[in-house]
Design a protein around this ligand. Structure first.
Ligand code: AMP
Ligand code: MG
Length: 408
């Protein structure tokens, strides 16, 4: 058995950052852009709003003409018109006011809006019982988005608000990073397609491929399933090469444990320019993890244990997808702060990921460790998330508050 060097989780992330970057861009319609990553700085071609607007129902005024107005001495203004939505505002002669609905355009010369509640109307005369400050109840032209400014930076994930911003500017298509195509290969003589109705003795259904595919899909990737490889080096070599040529990122489930890791590692190194970046991670579950760069593309060799495979892929596979997708910033993981319900032991020198369920009791959120052997997939399905116990710690005591990384 070959000795191999174990990397810390930080070193693995560093290797991913150093070796892989965004895929090329493509232009797509705005309506298809949700969940994609912006490939260019978007500069606002115009102001939003394009005109000064009222934020309330009221009367557009010159603020100076209301100065000194109060409960007992109103300012008296002549009502000379009404703003219609979607139309240019009428003029505002001195000493007058114009009715304006919420969102309506302010007449030229108006610099404030008094709310209906602060006025009393007698025929064409409006008594204003409160003085307006300049700018009050007004959104100025360009206040939301100023023409010429970068409104969405390259590398930003396009969510609903970003889509709205782009639409408000009349942008109908834009450059986004191509969605990574992730190839997933399962390995193992005992592994059979999950559709297999009746298992022969010793056979195990391939649960990893669809589970990993789901994680990748949620991160915005497309998936190409490459089937199942038998545990021999020629089969590995051929299978890995064939799928790797078609995808942006190859994920191998299994084949990184004692019996097969040597020839997996060797196969990866043999592939054009293949370079092994990570040969093991100081994480439980999931230590026997391989990361390589082959044909300039990332290849992640996951331990076959379903719990380890999902844990490692969530930690590092997702990060690879983020890099390929061109994310500008590291995305944060949603965490819930919760009180640990019982002690969790942990070995120093590695990061332990402990499955927990969240329970709410008397207004408190508790993290309840899920019992059961660490290799069992069911315990993962029963958990809401994980508590990471750092390498310098030998466990966490009941009653302490912990961050629970939530499985989405
Ligand atoms: P390996 O890393 O190949 O030694 O696999 C470790 C364990 O995970 C073995 O018990 C395998 O049967 C199991 N395993 C490997 N691949 C899969 C898979 N695709 N789906 C379910 N279990 C798997
Ligand atoms: Mg195997």
């Amino acid at each position: 058995m070959r000795l191999y060097r174990v990397s810390s989780p930080q070193e693995v992330r560093q290797a991913i950052r150093d070796n892989f970057s965004a895929l090329p861009a493509e232009v797509i319609d705005l309506e298809q852009a949700g969940g994609r990553v912006c490939a260019e700085d978007i500069i606002a071609p115009e102001d939003v709003p394009g005109f000064n607007r009222s934020t309330v129902d009221g009367y557009a005024v010159r603020a100076a003409e209301t100065f000194g107005a109060g409960d007992t001495i109103p300012a008296m203004l002549k009502l000379t018109g009404e703003v219609r939505m979607g139309e240019a505002a009428p003029a505002l002669p001195p000493g007058s006011c114009v009715y304006v609905p919420t969102g309506g355009m302010l007449p030229g010369g108006a610099d404030a809006v008094v709310m209906l509640e602060d006025t009393e109307t007698l025929d064409d005369l409006v008594n204003v019982f409160r003085q307006a400050a300049p700018g009050e109840n007004v959104i100025r032209r360009g206040e939301d988005i100023a023409a010429g400014t970068v409104v969405i930076e390259k590398g930003r994930l396009l969510r609903a608000p970003e889509i709205g911003v782009l639409a408000s500017l009349g942008i109908t298509s834009l450059g986004v990073i191509r969605r990574p195509l992730v190839g997933i290969l399962s390995t193992g003589d005992e592994i059979v397609p999950y559709e297999t109705k009746v298992l022969a003795p010793g056979q195990v259904r391939d649960s990893n491929a669809p589970a990993l595919g789901e994680i990748a899909r949620r991160k915005g990737a497309r998936i190409l399933y490459g089937g199942i490889l038998n545990d021999t080096q020629p089969v590995f070599r051929e299978g890995i090469k064939t799928l790797l040529e078609q995808v942006d990122f190859l994920v191998l489930s299994g084949g990184s444990s004692v019996g097969t890791r040597d020839f997996t590692a060797q196969t990866l190194q043999e592939l054009a320019g293949g370079e092994l970046l990570v040969e093991g991670v100081s994480i439980q579950p999931g230590k026997p993890t391989l990361l390589a760069r082959c044909l300039g593309k990332p290849v992640l060799g996951l331990p076959g244990h379903p719990v380890s495979a999902i844990n490692i892929f969530s930690l590092f596979g997702v990060y690879v997808i983020e890099r390929l997708s061109g994310y500008r910033e590291e995305s944060y993981q949603p965490v819930v702060r919760a009180r640990l319900s019982r002690n969790i032991p942990s070995r120093a020198g590695r990061t332990d990921y402990v499955r927990v369920k969240l329970e709410q009791k008397n207004g408190m959120v508790y993290a309840v460790p899920v019992l059961g052997r660490s290799g069992l997939l069911r315990t993962l399905a029963d958990a809401h998330g994980m508590v990471a116990v750092p390498p310098e710690s030998e466990g966490v005591q009941a009653g302490k508050d912990v961050d629970v990384i939530i499985w989405e």
